[in-house]
Design a protein around this ligand. Structure first.
Ligand code: TYD
Length: 210
């Protein structure tokens, strides 16, 4: 049973996902829609422990395959504990990153086979696919500037070429799944970016009112 609405935001670090997620949640709550926001990797106790491993700069030698399994492990726990129950309860679920991040980072960026990463993630999400996904598109150089002086985590420390492949991976996903994915220019002023997201998103809310 699934009566809720599931939205994910994707993009390189520094694209401004958290600002847009906060605004989306605020706007939905103003309309009286029961909303939960969550993030990946993490969002559960198990997932937060996995997140700490994934982002720890000590694990420089972690392979793309090890990463793919760890992200999928965190994801399946989040679906089981948080996302599936919320959707069953008719809520709006807004998630900061989901399986498209694994397809972009571990497959396009890390060089793993796309179909393999998709297969483990299909199993991990147990049919819980987003109704809509917004990719906030940005050149990797810009993302790094926006992140500023905060110390880089293990993923951010990867070379620029990796982040370029990730960005291209996201754009290819949008072509592969045009019914689900919308690409937006992350360099737009935040208000304008939000207006574009909302314009696309508002009609989807009908699904919750049925
Ligand atoms: P995020 O929480 O967005 O990082 P931050 O807290 O620095 O904003 O995500 C952590 C990193 O994990 C991010 O650089 C992207 C990466 N990632 C993957 O490589 N694969 C995945 O499946 C997910 C969900 C994230």
């Amino acid at each position: 049973m699934r009566n809720g609405l599931f939205v994910t935001l994707e993009g390189l670090d520094g694209a401004g996902k958290s600002t847009q997620i906060r605004r989306l949640a605020e706007q939905a709550q103003i309309l009286g829609i029961e909303t939960i926001t969550t993030r990946e990797p993490g969002g559960t106790e198990t997932g937060d422990a996995i997140r700490a491993i994934l982002l720890d700069p000590r694990f420089r030698t972690m392979t793309a395959l090890a990463e793919a399994f760890l992200y999928a492990a965190s994801r399946t726990q989040l679906v089981h504990e948080v996302i599936a129950p919320a959707l069953a309860g008719g809520k709006l679920v807004i998630c900061d990153r989901f399986l498209d991040s694994s397809l972009a980072y571990q497959a396009a960026g890390g060089g793993l086979d796309f179909d393999f990463v998709l297969a483990i993630n299909r199993r991990a999400v147990r049919g819980c696919m987003p109704d809509r996904t917004y990719i906030l598109d940005l050149q990797p150089e810009m993302g790094q500037v926006r992140k500023g002086e905060t110390p880089a985590d293990r993923v951010e420390q990867k070379p620029l070429a990796y982040h370029r492949r990730v960005r291209d991976g996201f754009l290819q996903l949008a072509q592969l799944y045009p019914a689900r994915i919308r690409v937006l220019d992350a360099t737009l002023p935040p208000d304008e970016l939000f207006a574009r997201i909302w314009e696309d998103f508002a009609p989807l809310l009908k699904k919750l009112r049925k």
